[in-house]
Design a protein around this ligand. Structure first.
Ligand SMILES: Nc1nc2c(ncn2[C@@H]2O[C@H](COP(=O)(O)OP(=O)(O)OP(=O)(O)O)[C@@H](O)[C@H]2O)c(=O)[nH]1
Ligand SMILES: O=C([O-])CC(=O)C(=O)O
Ligand SMILES: [Mn+2]
Length: 616
């Protein structure tokens, strides 16, 4: 039986909407996908309990010991569904040119026909959840609504952590009326159940499509239940679709953390930083400074939406409501604030290990258990790891935790206007070449740094790990349009606004290695020393040396009091090696050539300037 939109078919206090546009779309989706039941999500605690209970019943969730991790669950995905699938991600713009050379493209009509075939009957035997959500504040000047329809209770539970959702949001949509802007986001795991067929713990489909239709501001996702593939408010909306909106409306949707930094003198600065997936955003956003008197408060750990304010400054908000953080490597030393946040519970842990006492564990965490159940559901011990190298947790395993639990969350997090950004950092994971910190000469030079950003690939996306690739502004997988136009948009922000009021741009690299392969810089809390230098540069206090690639800290200008690092190590971390940079030039050249005439001319001039400075 196919469900129709009838309050009788809904459970709890969920109700269909009075918004005719949304009702029509949900009806159309239900007719196509044929779910048994339709559930309009309220976001209530009772709903959470009902959903998590049903996830326990299907074996998707294991409830953790409430004494150690209250109201929290362990989930293990299908071993083939563990990360974003970039090769299955499409930007289906009307014109192929608008997807640009960095995105997969297919004609939207063709893609729709193909996907309608996949979606036909794909929710049979399942409940279809309708999730009204808003990215950013419901009281924002431009509230960014969406409706995710999904056949995954796991996604529904996770969306409740990651976005403001439920009845309150739906009521606000209805209040604004039929003209309200909202993004339809359709998701299915792609595994219908025939009558009598038992469900599996992690339904998914070998065929996967993560598709954005930029002109229609619409998202269709099929076949995956994981992270950025399935929680459609996150990468699909808040980055791919929002970047298109931002291009059209003159703002920026970026893969950036936002933090508030307060000096011992009580001076406050706001920093945004773009690092590729699994390259340190969450860690920096929650940093515990090792230098006395300095304080960091978190505002966001993954996405920043930035608009020029009436005062000419660039104001940033975090559109999300939770953290979807990389678990491995997170511990009391690297990220004590994340640990404190997680321990409050109300979290979903995916693809980590489960310990016999009902807790979670992952590589890098303290107190290695004598035994555990690995993310693959297998018996795991430290000895097994010694012998076989088998890890207890997937490298891209994640915790999904409400942001409100973060003890160092800045009050400004809840301000719909956001915060004025003083500095933007670009950073990647590079063993060589890129110094610990470099200051751009101006906005265009900073845009060049962002546009040429390079990083070693990580486990956050399916594919080889450790391969150096260009990841412009850490947005390679997330720019929803032609990246050449995106660079032009960045250049335009600099041209159309008062340079003195825009943030200063810096390029950082926590991941440079010595000859033995060890990190040259201790990172984590010690990164506060770099933040301090950045702030002091902005305030004209710290000294810098001009180099061909920009300004780097002058000897003695960085606070290294109490740091366990030799002068030689610091010098190596900060070094600008002309030979390494000369080797970089042809790679940048080749990268730029991809964009043909769509690359802004100022970026070619920046490359010429770099060459000339290296040769001088
Ligand atoms: N060596 C070193 N490793 C770091 C540093 N900061 C973060 N890491 C490691 O990098 C990995 C990813 O860090 P995250 O902060 O979760 O990365 P992210 O950018 O938030 O990742 P996404 O959520 O995928 O966007 C973890 O294993 C960290 O331990 C650092 O300063 N130095
Ligand atoms: O989107 C995801 O699955 C997780 C994430 O933050 C990223 O990969 O940048
Ligand atoms: Mn991310």
């Amino acid at each position: 039986m196919t469900a129709t939109i009838d309050p009788q078919t809904t459970i709890h206090e969920g109700r269909p909407t009075t918004h005719q546009g949304i009702l029509a779309w949900v009806t159309e989706v239900a007719e196509l996908t044929q779910p048994d039941t339709i559930h309009w999500c309220t976001g209530s605690d009772e709903e959470w309990e009902q959903l998590t209970a049903s996830l326990e019943a299907t074996g998707t969730f294991t409830r953790l010991n409430p004494d150690v991790m209250p109201n929290s669950f362990h989930a293990a995905s299908d071993p083939t569904d563990v990360a974003r699938v970039e090769d299955r991600t499409y930007i289906c713009s009307v014109d192929e040119r608008d997807a640009g050379p960095t995105n997969n493209w297919m004609d939207p009509a063709e893609m729709k026909e193909l996907m309608r075939g996949l979606y036909a009957g794909c929710m049979r035997g399942r409940t279809m959840y309708v999730i009204p959500f808003v990215m950013g504040h419901v009281d924002a000047e431009h509230p960014m609504f969406g409706i995710e329809v999904t056949d995954s209770a796991y996604v529904t539970v996770s969306m409740r952590v990651m976005a403001r959702m439920g009845t309150e949001v739906l009521s606000r949509i209805e209040e604004i009326g039929e003209d309200v802007q909202w993004v339809p986001a359709l998701h299915s795991v792609g595994m219908p159940l025939e009558p009598g067929q038992a469900d599996v713990a992690w339904p998914c489909n070998d065929t996967k499509y993560i598709v954005q239709f930029p002109e229609e501001r619409m998202i269709w996702s099929f076949g995956s239940g994981y992270g950025g593939n399935a929680l459609l408010g996150k990468k699909c909306y808040a980055l791919r679709i929002a970047s298109v909106m931002a291009r059209d409306e003159g703002w920026l949707a970026e893969h950036m953390l936002i933090l508030k930094l307060t000096s011992p003198q009580g001076v406050t600065k706001y920093v945004a930083a773009a690092f590729p997936s699994a390259c340190g955003k969450t860690n920096l956003a929650m940093l515990k400074p090792t230098i006395p008197g300095w304080k960091v408060e978190a505002i966001g750990d993954d996405i920043a939406w930035m608009r020029i304010g009436e005062d000419g400054r660039l104001w940033a908000v975090n559109p999300e409501f939770g953290f979807f953080g990389v678990a491995p490597g997170t511990n009391e030393h690297t990220n004590p604030h994340a640990m404190e946040t997680i321990r409050k519970g109300n979290s979903v842990f995916t693809n980590v290990a489960l310990t016999p006492d009902g807790n979670v564990w992952w590589e890098g965490l303290e107190n290695t258990p004598a035994e555990a159940t690995s993310w693959k559901g297998e018996h795991w011990t430290p000895e097994i790891f010694e012998e076989t190298g088998e890890l207890s947790s997937h490298a891209n395993s994640r915790y999904c935790t409400p942001i409100k639990q973060c003890s160092i969350l800045a009050d400004e997090y809840d301000d719909p206007r956001g915060v004025p950004i003083d500095a933007i950092l670009f950073g990647g994971r590079r063993k060589t070449t890129i110094p610990l910190v470099t200051e751009a000469r101006d906005w265009n030079h900073g845009t060049f740094m962002g546009a040429t950003l390079s990083s070693e690939t990580t486990a956050a996306a399916v594919g080889a790990v450790g391969v150096v690739r260009r990841d412009p502004m850490a947005m390679l997988p997330f720019i929803g349009y032609n990246a050449g136009d995106y660079f032009g948009h960045w250049v335009g922000i600099g041209k159309d606004n008062d340079a003195a009021k825009l943030p200063k741009i810096f390029y950082v690299n926590w991941f440079r290695r010595d000859d033995e392969g060890g990190f040259l810089w201790p990172g984590f809390g010690e990164n506060s020393r770099v933040l301090k230098w950045v702030i002091e540069r902005i305030d004209g206090q710290a000294a810098a040396v001009e180099t061909p690639i920009g300004h780097v800290p002058a000897p003695g200008s960085m606070d290294i009091d109490g740091l366990d690092l030799t002068d030689e190590q610091l010098a190596q971390a900060l070094a600008v090696d002309a030979a390494e940079w000369r080797a970089e030039i042809p790679q940048i050249q080749e990268w730029f050539e991809k964009f043909g005439d769509d690359l802004p001319a100022v970026l070619w001039s920046e490359l010429d300037t770099l060459k000339a400075r290296l040769d001088a």
